[in-house]
Design a protein around this ligand. Structure first.
Ligand code: 13P
Length: 239
C-alpha cells in the first residue's frame, strides 16, 4: 500500500492536475494506492479518481457524531464523500492539536464503524530515540487502541518517526525492520498492514521496502510530485 498525504498543499487546479496524473498511474492489481488531499479538495480529487484504482481518503476526522463542532468533519461525512480511509493521529496533529491515542479512540471507532479503514500514525521524537525509548513510546501509542475493545479488522498502522518527517532524514534499514517487526508483534495480527513514513523518496524507497515487515509507505512531500510518487510505487512493485 502506497498512500500520498498532500497535507496543507495545493490550490484547486493543482490538486485536479495531480489527481488526473494519478488516475493514469500504472498500478498492479496487488498494490493499493491512495491519496489524501486537503479536505476542501477531496470532492474535486474524488471526482477525477472515480473509476480509477486510486483510493481517496481524509487526513483526519473527529470521532463525534453530527453537531456543533466548528471546523470538523466526521467519519460519516468521509464515507458519504466517497472516502475509503482516514489518516488518524498524524504527529503534526498530535503536536498542534494535542491529540493522543486516547483522544483518538472515538475517531478510530467511528472510522471503523463507517466501513472505512483508519491509518493510525505512531512514532517517536528525536529525543525519544536518543534516550532509547523509541519502542516504548510506540508501544504506549498503540496500547490504548488494542485494549479499547474495537474490531480492528482493516486497521493500518503507519510508523512515522517524527524526526524523519519532512527532514530528508530516514530511519536506518535496521531500525525500520526492528520497529515494524515490533509493531507487528504488538498488533499480533497476521494481516497487519504497517506502513513507513518519513521522507520517503524514490532514492530511499528501495532501502525502506527491503524489510519484509514493511507493507508500503505513507508519503508526504514526494507525493506532490507525480514522477517521484510514481517512482515510489514502482519501487514497491519491484521490491
Ligand atoms: P514526508 O514524506 O514529507 O517526510 O512526510 C511524511 C508524512 O508525514 C506522511 O504522513
Amino acid at each position: 500500500m502506497i498512500i500520498g498525504n498532500w497535507k496543507m498543499n495545493t490550490l484547486r487546479e493543482e490538486a485536479r492536475t495531480l489527481a488526473e496524473s494519478l488516475a493514469e498511474l500504472p498500478v498492479q492489481p496487488t498494490t493499493r494506492v491512495g491519496v489524501c488531499p486537503p479536505v476542501i479538495w477531496q470532492q474535486t480529487v474524488g471526482e477525477v479518481l472515480k473509476g480509477s484504482p486510486v483510493m481517496v481518503g481524509l487526513q483526519d476526522c473527529v470521532g463525534d457524531p453530527f453537531g456543533a463542532q466548528t471546523g470538523c468533519v466526521n467519519a460519516a461525512m468521509a464515507r458519504d464523500a466517497g472516502c475509503q480511509f482516514v489518516v488518524l493521529g498524524h504527529s503534526e496533529r498530535r503536536q498542534r492539536f494535542s491529540e493522543t491515542t486516547d483522544t483518538l479512540i472515538p475517531a478510530l471507532q467511528a472510522v471503523l464503524e463507517a466501513g472505512l479503514f483508519p491509518i493510525l500514525c505512531v512514532g517517536e521524537t528525536r529525543d525519544d530515540r536518543d534516550q532509547g525509548r523509541a519502542i516504548e513510546v510506540v508501544d504506549a501509542q498503540l496500547a490504548p487502541v488494542l485494549t479499547a475493545g474495537l474490531d480492528l479488522d482493516g486497521l493500518v498502522v503507519a510508523y512515522e518517526p517524527v524526526w524523519a518527517i519532512g527532514t530528508g532524514l530516514s530511519a536506518s534499514q535496521s531500525d525500520i525492520d526492528t520497529m515494524h517487526t515490533t509493531i507487528r508483534a504488538i498488533l499480533d495480527r497476521d494481516d497487519a498492514v504497517v506502513l513507513y513514513g518519513g521522507s520517503v523518496s524514490p532514492e530511499s524507497a528501495p532501502d525502506v521496502f527491503a524489510s519484509q515487515a514493511v507493507s508500503g509507505a505513507l508519503v508526504g512531500g514526494a507525493s506532490l510530485d507525480i514522477e517521484k510518487f510514481a517512482a515510489i510505487v514502482a519501487a514497491w512493485e519491484q521490491r
